[in-house]
Design a protein around this ligand. Structure first.
Ligand code: LLP
Length: 438
């Protein structure tokens, strides 16, 4: 029988009495208790992943090396509290993420401010609140930080974002390491070397090292190793020609995550070991002091710790064409299929013992034909009121959610020893709260 049980991608999923369990919680009961759409997060797995990175990086790169959680993948107060408790750093990319981290009491000296377009007010807000590092993209930003830091009477620590010139096999929209990229300064063109000289010369800037991020959802290890080679060679070059000692080398995020059965399982520890071989051997062979290595995982920390539960609202069968199952969420809580055609595993979570032979497209509730969660999946024949589970939605779902059609965003429930709401469900009042009545 073509049963849905074969699609239990990760070991936090199981089935009892025909119902899907996630992190040992009965998903039908959670749907009833909190309503749908509902995003679930497993606390234990998030913490385990942070620890996996932290321990592996310490082991292979040396003490002081550690992960930053790339909080663009999932930003809410509780996740920064967890990151703080696990002793890892974070990257933030806007004053919104920065403020959320502040609300969590996250120590901002361990926060790195990313982004290719920071305004003066972004920079000022961050400097005034004690941001640890800016990761600087361009000359314009460099001069703006130098000026604002000077006015505030501090010397600001920065890393420079460089593009190693790596073309990865991932969706073009999430590949970032090529020379022709809106992010960073190119090593290949010689411009990286020039911006280093400039950064060193500025009075209110303290250049501490370099950063590269080649893209996201990458399964192959080779581009990471190639990027590490190029970056550590650059570290060697600036040491030799400018006498510059690189304290920090940040190798970015990007490890892939298993969304569907055909995706490979990634051994993150082994990946870290392989990358460390490249860094360590170059440093040893060239008597180069080893920089502290940082990495910025986002997706691989939170993606498979999350799933989304919906309720089926209608089943429409177009004779001779196809079947649509419409749900009570859609691109407003998960825009990734609409944006990138991303693959997801879909289950009828209260019919887990039934045969998955009904081919259908899962359609969202928003007024847009492209508002689909997944096309042509096989699940059991569902009816209005059944639950639909979409797996591996912890990363870049809630953080990319919108209020299109003024649809309130779902609640997020953290599953640990107890189940607790960590982001409240939005209400119609919430989505209209900033409007001024004429
Ligand atoms: N560091 C930098 C500078 C980044 O730009 C990113 C992701 C990361 C780290 C984390 O990468 P991760 O480990 O999560 O792959 N919205 C897209 C993904 C965009 C990724 C943006 N940058 C998606 O839904 O697939």
């Amino acid at each position: 029988m073509n049963c849905q049980k074969t699609k239990l991608l990760h070991d936090n999923l199981s089935v009892k009495d025909g119902v899907l369990y996630f992190a040992d919680y009965n998903t039908s009961e959670l749907a009833k208790k909190y309503g749908t759409p509902l995003m679930l997060l497993e606390e234990k797995r998030i913490r385990e992943r942070m620890r996996t990175y932290k321990n592996a990086m310490e082991t292979y790169f040396g003490v002081g090396s550690k992960p930053l959680f790339a909080s663009k993948a999932l930003s809410f107060v509780g996740i920064y509290q967890i990151a703080k408790e696990e002793g890892i750093n974070t990257d933030i990319v806007s004053v919104g993420e920065l403020y959320t981290a502040m609300k969590a009491g996250f120590p901002l000296e361990n926060a790195f401010f990313h982004g290719n377009a920071k305004s003066d007010s972004d920079i000022k807000f961050a400097v005034e609140n004690g941001i640890g590092y800016f990761i600087v993209d361009t000359y314009d930003e460099l001069y703006a930080i130098d000026k604002i830091a000077g006015e505030l009477g501090i010397v600001q620590k920065i890393l420079l974002r460089l593009t190693p010139g790596i073309d990865t096999h991932t969706h073009a929209a999430i590949a970032t390491g090529k020379v022709d990229s809106k992010f960073g300064t190119s090593i290949e063109t010689g411009q990286a070397y020039e911006i280093v000289k400039e950064a060193i010369s500025l009075p209110n800037i303290s250049l501490r090292g370099f950063h590269a991020h080649i893209g996201s959802q990458i399964f192959d290890i080779k581009p990471f190793c190639d990027s590490a080679d190029i970056m550590i060679r650059f570290v060697g070059e600036v040491k030799e020609s400018l006498g510059f000692d690189t304290e920090i080398l940040n190798l970015g995020g990007g490890f892939g995550v298993r969304y569907v059965e055909s995706d490979p399982e990634i051994d993150y520890v082994e990946n870290i070991r392989l990358i460390s071989d490249h860094i360590n051997s170059y440093c040893d062979e060239n008597s180069l002091p080893k920089p502290t290595i940082l990495m910025e995982p986002g997706r691989s920390i939170v993606a498979d710790s999350g799933m989304t539960l919906y309720t089926a609202l209608s089943v429409k069968e177009i004779t001779g064409y196809k079947n649509y199952v419409a749900i009570d969420g859609g691109m407003t809580d998960n825009p990734r299929y609409a944006l990138y055609g991303s693959s997801y595993t879909v289950l009828a979570s209260n019919r887990m013992d039934e045969e998955a032979s009904y081919e259908c497209t899962i359609a969202g509730r928003n007024c847009e034909s492209g508002d689909l969660i997944q096309e042509n999946v096989k699940i059991p024949r569902v009816e209005r009121g059944d639950n639909i589970a979409v797996l591996v939605t912890g990363a870049y779902n809630y953080s990319m959610a919108s209020n299109y059609n003024r649809v309130p965003r779902p609640a997020v429930v953290l599953l640990g020893d107890t189940d607790r709401v960590v982001i409240k469900r939005e209400t119609p009042e919430d989505v209209s709260r900033l409007d001024i009545i004429l």
